[in-house]
Design a protein around this ligand. Structure first.
Ligand code: L34
Length: 284
């Protein structure tokens, strides 16, 4: 029987700390501001953006959201980003991914000022993370590290296996585990004998985007299993990349979906926005 890592509860605890710090800043007339841009009407993205707005309100962070039609041109989007890059009320800018097919995500990400890149997707921030001297950490991998830390799980010397190699999760996740002194392996669709590799993991991070991809036979007894996947089943219910029912009895710790990594992604976004606001005012 695994201990369930409650991401919602841990999130609430961290968000309270953030809200307190935001309140202290308010006394100095400093209000952190976040701009969230959503292009198109993807229902899942709409939910995440709504959750982000609400989380800002609850933490006392000013937020603006731009919900643009799906046929918005790349040029218009870049113009909006220019405006936000130059707006002193705004400390963080986030373009919710995925963007519609006619817009080049890399161009958009590169257009956001690195100082306001609270997703940490800009190549400057990616490079800083690689070196280990960074301002922002990408929200989802940072959320995973916070879950481990808050659960008292130390990565030093452990076999950490990340399944998935995306720029948003897999690659930066591996780097953060390395910074925490884990022995890190990244697996992907070309990995041979995947189950053999995942069974070595003391800490297994699933970020593949395929429901029920990780099954009990792929997990070492006593492993910590973190499920980054958010997949929507035909009945509309959310499910992770881990087959929870079969893996839970084998693992020592496991995160649920929903209520695991998802809320932490948003919490780390608040943290990055706060950090950016402080940096803009010369407060460290
Ligand atoms: N630019 N695009 C950008 N930044 C991000 O950090 C994201 N991500 C991912 C998708 N695109 C992005 C998110 O915000 C995934 N993601 C995200 C954020 C929040 C939640 C899930 C994904 C979340 O709130 N999850 C809840 C359930 C929500 C529901 O009911 O659908 C949970 O408990 O997991």
């Amino acid at each position: 029987m695994a201990k369930i890592i409650n991401g919602k509860e841990i999130s609430e605890k961290i968000r309270l700390r953030i809200a307190e710090e935001v309140k202290e800043l308010a006394a100095k007339d400093i209000v952190p501001g976040l701009a969230v841009i959503l292009v198109g009407e993807d229902p899942a993205s709409q939910v995440y953006v709504r959750n982000k707005k609400r989380a800002c309100e609850q933490a006392g962070i000013y937020s603006e959201s731009y919900e643009l039609p799906g046929d918005t041109s790349q040029e218009e989007l870049l113009k909006l980003i220019d405006k936000l890059n130059n707006d002193p009320k705004i400390n963080g800018i986030l373009a919710q991914l995925p963007l519609p097919g006619h817009i080049d995500e890399e161009t958009v990400i590169n257009h956001i000022s690195p100082e306001k890149d609270v997703d940490a997707f800009h190549p400057i921030n990616v490079g800083k993370i690689m070196i280990g001297n960074y301002d922002f950490l990408p929200c989802t991998p940072a959320g995973v590290m916070a879950l481990l830390e808050e659960s008292g799980i130390d990565c030093a010397g452990k076999e950490c296996v990340v399944v998935g190699r995306s720029n948003i999760v897999g690659k930066p996740q591996a780097m953060l585990l390395l910074h925490s002194h884990g022995t890190v392996t990244i697996c992907h669709s070309r990995t041979k004998n995947l189950a053999e590799v995942t069974r070595r993991a003391d800490i297994l991070i699933a970020a593949v985007g395929k429901p029920d991809f990780i099954t009990a036979d792929m997990v070492k007894p006593g492993a910590v299993v973190i499920d980054v996947g958010i997949n929507r089943k035909e009945d509309g219910k959310l499910t992770g990349d881990v087959n929870f029912a079969s893996v839970e009895p084998v693992a020592s710790y496991i995160t649920p979906v929903p209520g695991g990594v998802g809320p932490m992604t948003i919490t780390m976004l608040l943290q990055n926005t706060l950090k950016s606001a402080k940096k803009a005012k010369g407060i460290s």
